[in-house]
Design a protein around this ligand. Structure first.
Ligand code: SAM
Ligand code: SF4
Length: 326
């Protein structure tokens, strides 16, 4: 079979798989307090169906997977999905994006099932603030969760911080300091004003250049092209003598569409070729009818847009990241 390329010549080797649109948090930048209109259970792909999509994409060049959501760790028996995905030929890397709450008990079993690494979200190191941003107090201890992942061998551990001006931007240096001792990669994400979050606007976006200049107050900061550099859009830097790195992800101030190598599978089985807009193909019904998916993959990729419209702030049609497998 011929490897999958989109109409712009980008080869697609990375699939982000959303296993649920639900979450135990209600982060202010992601979901309304009352939650969203959840998908009916019957529409959500089973683990076996997800594995079948991966089995059909793998001969076309798929190499890397990320399990995400919503919050993937609240779906029962996530370990068994990891085991299924690990058994697919050709898959080299399986990562998980999580809010970290369940990492203390799940890190070891996920690792044993074949998970390679983890990206954990943590927007504050202060318990009261964590609960305020997540609008839930689940006793989340970001440092404890990251340590649990590191000890289980889920490495490298990446910690994602969405920076919100006036809310947690005074903790930029505290997060950067964590990288002095631990081999973690702390990545500061520019807020994207998506979904119906009208109260978050450009005024709350802290540009990555400003983040880096604050980190540089701690010491000399040099660009780092080391092992943290994955397939994603982050740019990395290292403080002199640090065990880990500091990264920035800049959807609002720099575009990285030119090197986009990814597609997304929503929890209800739609293949989305761009995070933004409505470029998607429904795989669920053909999958449940036992039809081959390759023609659908090819059609979807032929329509993958060259770049997204977020930079022009054409955000009207955007949905929350939890609904599209952010
Ligand atoms: N629940 C998991 C988590 O929080 O890591 C995985 C899903 S979450 C939608 C994936 C990532 O999207 C998280 O790092 C989160 O911080 C980020 N995210 C969600 N909404 C965002 C927004 N409006 N702007 C920037 N990042 C956002
Ligand atoms: Fe849940 Fe992740 Fe969205 Fe926060 S960012 S509400 S943890 S899906």
């Amino acid at each position: 079979m011929i490897a999958l390329r989109d109409q712009w010549g980008r080869s697609i080797e990375y699939l982000r798989i959303s296993v649920t649109d639900r979450c135990n948090f209600r982060c202010v930048y992601c979901m309304p307090r009352e939650g969203l209109q959840w998908l009916p259970k019957a529409e959500i792909l089973t683990y076996e169906e997800i594995a079948e999509v991966v089995r059909q994409l793998s001969p076309l060049g798929l190499r890397r997977l990320r399990i995400t959501g919503g919050e993937p760790t609240i779906r029962p028996d996530l370990v068994s999905l990891v085991r299924l995905l690990r058994s697919v030929d050709g898959i080299e890397d399986i990562a998980l994006s999580t809010n970290g709450v369940r990492l203390p008990e799940l890190s070891a079993p996920l690792r044993a099932a074949g998970l390679d690494r983890v990206n954990m979200s943590a927007d504050s190191l202060r318990p009261d603030r964590i609960a305020a941003i997540a609008r839930r107090d689940l006793g989340f201890d970001p440092v404890g969760s990251a340590l649990a992942a590191e000890r289980a061998g889920l490495s490298p551990v990446k910690v994602n911080v969405v920076v919100l001006r006036g809310t947690n931007d005074d903790e930029i240096e505290d997060f950067a300091r964590l990288t002095m001792e631990r081999p973690w990669h702390v990545r500061f994400i520019e807020l994207m004003p998506v979904g119906d979050l009208r109260e978050l606007t450009w005024e709350h976006v802290v540009p990555s250049d400003e983040v880096l200049s604050r980190v540089a107050r701690l010491g000399a900061l040099s660009p780092d092209g080391g092992p943290a550099r994955g397939n994603g859009p982050a740019r990395y830097y290292r403080l002199a003598g640090a065990a880990g790195t500091v990264g920035v992800i800049t959807p609002m101030t720099h575009t990285y569409c030119g090197s986009c190598n990814r597609v997304r599978l929503t929890a209800d089985g739609r293949l989305r070729t761009c995070l933004y807009g409505d470029h998607e193909v429904n795989l669920r019904e053909p999958l449940r009818r036992g039809e081959p998916l390759e023609p659908l993959f090819r059609a979807a990729l032929a329509a993958k847009p060259k770049e997204h419209a977020l930079l022009q702030m054409q955000v009207g049609g955007l949905r929350a990241l939890s609904q599209v497998g952010g």
